[in-house]
Design a protein around this ligand. Structure first.
Ligand code: LLP
Length: 430
């Protein structure tokens, strides 16, 4: 259930008017709902209740310290992909012993740092990486906990750029090789401790079928490795898709309950109902690594309309947020609902919402029917809580936007807008 809704013609996040936030803090502005994040964590936690489980939130989706702290306080663990993300988790009060470290290219410094902090497990993606972790741990006189990421060669049927579980993708080790790899760890790598087995087949999955296929395929392997090497966990990865077409009706009790199967084929209940019965007989701890599910619908990017341009072929609404602030539309054909912060009267128009960046791919929406907003009006790109700010950049020397976390009727600035001096910090003229 997300907490964005219209009330008397104005869009609210929980009990805070977004128009008031845009006027006070300027735009572009990311706004997150703490209640939504809490609700999503709690729902997933309850849905997996029958299993011994740990939710390891995928930090890459939204790594703001206050978002991490919210999840840490709920008892969540974290899936990290860099020393930087681990540093953030620790700064936010998270527990390193609940962190898994993913990614195909971990460096010596990163492995040393993670070992010194006592992370739960390295999820290794190649034999060369396992050998390297073994060497680094040995030099430090430590034992490194490891899981092997299996590439189950299952088609997640999502966008090509976010599919990870096919054998042509760079991730994980081939299914057929896994038994031999565990044997190598046990026999040849004395500084590693076998902890688990991991998989992740892709992101924004809107059908439960690929999850079921992957779990069914990998479960016998988990059972075998558990028998042989005392495996302690099986991580089923992240990837739970969200509904980018959420209802913002006034007084809406939540799209989650209301949405029918065809609007949102993958509800959390459906996910759990399908995978929990398959996982339970394994009698092993289950980890999952949701990113988008936890924060996607919990965020919006607010932006102001600067100008309108009526070209020969199109109407352009030029706004002050660009692809540097939200890259998903142009990178993945990501669809974000565009809505005014103050409802306006009049016929909807088919327009392109474009940013100020000097690139044709700089748009938030194309050929989209939106309310007839004018220069000076504010609009929001919804469901921008995941892979929004975390993928933002300073392209065109644009400062990173500010971030706000709303908690009921309180709005906290959880990241200041960058100044131009912040952007130039560390550069030198020679
Ligand atoms: N675990 C691993 C190993 C991952 O690589 C990812 C995401 C996750 C968990 C979390 O997946 P999620 O639950 O968020 O689907 N920037 C893209 C998405 C990239 C996903 C990368 N890996 C987007 O904006 O759609």
């Amino acid at each position: 259930m997300h907490r964005f809704h219209y009330n008397q013609g104005q869009l609210f996040c929980e009990n805070v008017s977004l128009q008031s936030l845009a006027e006070k803090h300027g735009t572009p502005l990311y706004v997150y709902s703490k209640g939504t994040i809490t609700d999503h964590f709690t729902r997933l936690d309850a849905a997996l209740g029958e299993l011994d489980h740990l939710i390891c939130y995928a930090v890459k989706a939204n790594s703001n310290l206050s978002v991490l702290s919210t999840i840490a306080k709920l008892g969540g663990g974290f899936d990290i992909v860099s020393a930087g993300e681990l540093y953030r988790v620790i700064k936010a009060g998270g527990d390193a012993s609940k962190c898994t470290f993913a990614g195909v290219g971990k460096t010596r410094d990163e492995i040393e740092y993670a070992l010194s902090q006592g992370i739960y497990c390295f999820n290794a993606e190649s034999e060369a990486e396992l050998e390297f972790i073994n060497e680094v741990a040995g030099k430090l006189g430590k034992k490194a906990p490891v899981a092997v990421r299996v590439n189950p060669n299952v088609d997640a049927k999502t966008h090509a750029k976010i599919t990870t579980g096919k054998s042509e993708n760079k991730f994980g080790i081939d299914f057929d090789r896994i038994g031999a790899v565990y044997a190598r760890i046990a026999n040849e790598m004395p500084n590693l401790i076998i902890k688990g087995l991991q998989m992740h087949i892709g992101s924004q999955l809107t059908s439960v079928d690929p999850f079921v296929e992957a779990v069914k395929k990998v479960s016998p392997l988990v059972a075998e490795m558990k028998e042989k090497y005392n495996l302690q966990f099986f991580s089923i990865g992240g990837g739970i898709g969200i509904n980018y077409r959420q209802s913002l009706d006034s007084g809406d009790a939540g799209w989650w309950e209301k949405n029918s199967a065809e609007q949102h084929p993958l509800t959390i209940q459906k996910y759990a109902d399908s995978v929990v019965p398959l996982l339970k007989p394994l009698g092993i701890r289950i980890l999952c690594e949701p990113g988008r599910f936890m924060v996607g619908n919990a965020g919006a990017l607010l932006t102001q309309v600067l100008f309108e341009k009526r070209g020969g072929a199109k109407i352009f609404k030029i706004v002050d947020a660009g692809m540097n602030d939200l890259i998903r539309p142009t990178l993945y054909e990501g669809w974000h609902q565009i809505v005014p912060l103050k409802q306006v009267e009049g016929e909807v128009e088919k327009v392109d919402i474009v940013g100020p960046i000097c690139e044709t791919g700089d748009y938030l929406a194309q050929d989209r029917e939106v309310a007839p907003v004018k220069a000076g009006d504010y609009i929001a790109a919804m469901s921008a809580g995941a892979y929004g700010f975390s993928m933002a950049s300073n392209y065109n020397t644009r400062p990173m936007p500010a971030e706000i976390l709303v908690d009921d009727s309180q709005a906290h600035v959880v990241r200041d807008r960058q100044t131009l001096d912040d952007v130039l910090k560390g550069e030198h003229v020679v």
